[in-house]
Design a protein around this ligand. Structure first.
Ligand code: GLN
Length: 284
């Protein structure tokens, strides 16, 4: 990439050099990545940067941007470089201890909103994205969220504090909380099969424990759903994020656990992304 001189460079030059460098190594979204990185570093919105691309960026910003570009060229994800990722209406601090929240995972939050639950349990909270978005968007909802990774829990807890939601979410370590009844269980468990092709940004940088449950990709669903009856946790409704092609198998597991009415929901790209299960209530 062309180096920005000691006097700084225009945003346009910095963006086009970075975009070219990203394209050259096969990064999927070279222009967007350059804009998001420069926006994050200069504290401006990407729209503002692009609208004022002839403006100079300061030498210090130019140096930070060059360092960010170097990191991205090694395929480190943009969210780890900037240390944050937007999800629904909140910004989460993220680093290599947690999976970067994905836009498609917002479906779990959208589903929760429709259910109007008084209490939600999230399994495998990672950065806390789903639990914290639910707490921030559903006033009065009691949220409980856990993770088997103590590293992830540290990130989730500090996100809760930063967002002023620490008193709204009760975190626990492990797969199950202390026995209790919740209106809804949500989970984005690891579901990538071992042999699946992943981009290097994901494969080499995101925590394997948040991605790979085992050979088939279904192992976590099998374990968690099988353990549900013995966990002491009760809920009338469950919503699970799944990978494309897993919908039918996960729906069958969910039905086997007593949620008679299941649904397989596609994401905006038309891929199977969420399985929901509802216990059928017997009318009196
Ligand atoms: N959606 C993620 C990916 O495809 C996987 C997340 C998960 O395993 N829960 O990279």
């Amino acid at each position: 990439m062309a180096s920005a001189g000691a006097g700084g460079a225009s945003a346009r030059d910095a963006l086009s050099a970075a975009t070219d460098a990203f394209s050259a190594v096969g990064i999927d979204t070279p222009r967007i990545d350059a804009e998001v990185l420069l926006a994050g570093i200069t504290g401006r919105s990407a729209a503002d940067l692009v609208a004022n691309r002839e403006e100079q960026i300061s030498p210090a910003e130019s140096r930070s941007f060059s360092e960010a570009v170097r990191r991205r060229l090694r395929r480190e994800p943009v969210a780890y470089i900037l240390g944050s990722k937007g999800f629904r209406h909140i910004d989460l601090a993220v680093d290599g201890r947690v999976l970067i929240p994905r836009p498609e995972t917002e479906m779990l939050v959208e589903f929760a909103l429709l259910e109007e639950p008084g209490s939600v349990l999230e399994l495998g909270t990672g950065s806390g994205a789903v639990a914290l978005a639910v707490a921030s968007e559903i006033p009065g909802c009691e949220v409980t969220a856990g993770d088997v990774s103590t590293d992830a829990l540290e990130v989730a807890r500090s996100n809760a504090v930063r967002l002023g939601l620490a008193d709204r979410v009760c975190f626990f370590h492990g797969t199950w909380p202390t026995p209790g009844t919740f209106d809804l269980i949500v989970a984005n468990l690891p579901y990538v099969a071992l042999g699946d092709d992943l981009p290097p940004d994901v494969r080499d940088w995101e925590p394997p424990g948040a991605l790979f449950p085992g050979e088939t990709g279904l192992e976590c669903f099998e374990e968690v759903i099988a353990a549900l009856p013995g966990s002491g946790v009760e809920a009338p409704v469950i919503a699970l994020e799944v990978g494309h092609g897993q919908g039918e198998q996960v729906a069958a597991l969910v039905r086997g656990a007593g949620f008679g009415e299941t649904g397989i929901h596609p994401d905006l790209a038309g891929l199977e992304r969420m399985v929901t299960g509802r216990r059928q209530t017997t009318s009196p």
